[in-house]
Ligand binder design. Structure first.
Ligand SMILES: [Cu+2]
Length: 272
């Protein structure tokens, strides 16, 4: 399949004919994914494309560690703090281990000291890990309280998009009636409210860089709020196993500069 033609799911017309998207993880149904040694080739292709393309044109891998909205940045921040603490603990333990192995090697220390118990040491290795756990707990609660108002508050003005995740496709309806399949276009800096349903089985809406994943439960409307703050192309997926073609239930989110978004609204058919 030529790179410039993106096919929709079976029964749907091609999406954006003529639009070339360099894919790190291909959003194209049925396209070859990483695996069978192709993973390194894909990574090399991505890095090459990155090197020769202007900044912002090549979509980045859908990593929650490359956040592009206030709903995901605190989570990435927490990850790095926890990783730093874990790295410090690891280095401390390994350094102590190596020091003891060297200092108390049989050659330098042929007769081990004979003693029973060490109350001070035992209290220290009980209290220190407990303090680390308390610190991690406080940081986690802090992140949660930062995020809670973002998820709970109704923004004064927002772009309301309704839609559904069903086996095995994403459908989105805009206020003017237009519909997009496996694709979302959003203006940068504007609050978005997604009201999503799952008519058949449980799915999960996941665009890791923009918003933490949310389950879609049949019989319920799941409201997802976020504000994309960095223009770019973001990959998303269904993150709850939902049947045979679950792995191909992918979507692409284009966060556009407001002027580009308005131009797209004017140029594309509204579906009415
Ligand atoms: Cu799924």
């Amino acid at each position: 399949m030529p790179a410039a033609t993106r096919m929709g799911p079976p029964g749907h017309p091609p999406l954006n004919p003529g639009r070339a998207v360099c894919s790190f993880v291909s959003p194209v149904a049925g396209a070859a994914g990483p695996g069978d040694g192709g993973r390194w080739r894909l990574a090399a292709r991505f890095l090459l494309a990155r090197a020769v393309s202007p900044v912002g044109e090549v979509p980045v891998p859908p990593s929650p560690l490359l956040p592009a909205s206030p709903s995901t940045a605190p989570i990435a921040g927490l990850f790095w703090v926890v990783t730093a603490i874990a790295a410090l603990v690891f280095l401390g333990v390994e350094a102590g281990f190596l020091w003891a192995a060297y200092r108390y090697h049989q050659r330098r220390h042929p007769v081990p000291a004979q003693f029973t118990g060490n109350a001070r040491l035992e209290i220290a290795w009980t209290i220190l890990p407990a303090l680390v756990m308390v610190l991690l707990f406080v940081l986690t609660v802090q992140t949660y309280t930062t995020l809670r108002p973002i998820f709970a508050s109704e923004p004064a003005s927002s772009l309301l998009i309704t839609g559904e995740g069903r086996q095995w496709v994403w459908l989105f309806r805009y206020p003017d009636g237009r519909q997009l399949v496996n694709e979302l276009r959003l203006p940068r800096g504007e609050a978005v409210v997604l009201r999503l349903r799952a008519p058949d089985v449980i799915h999960a809406f996941a665009v890791p860089q923009l918003v933490p994943k949310r389950d879609l439960i049949p019989g319920r409307v799941t409201e997802i709020r976020f504000t994309p703050t960095v223009a770019g192309v973001y990959y998303g997926m269904c993150a709850e196993f939902c049947g045979l073609a679950h792995a191909q239930m992918l979507l692409t989110v284009y966060v556009m500069e407001p002027a580009d978004y308005q131009a797209w609204l004017q140029s594309a058919p509204s579906g009415r």
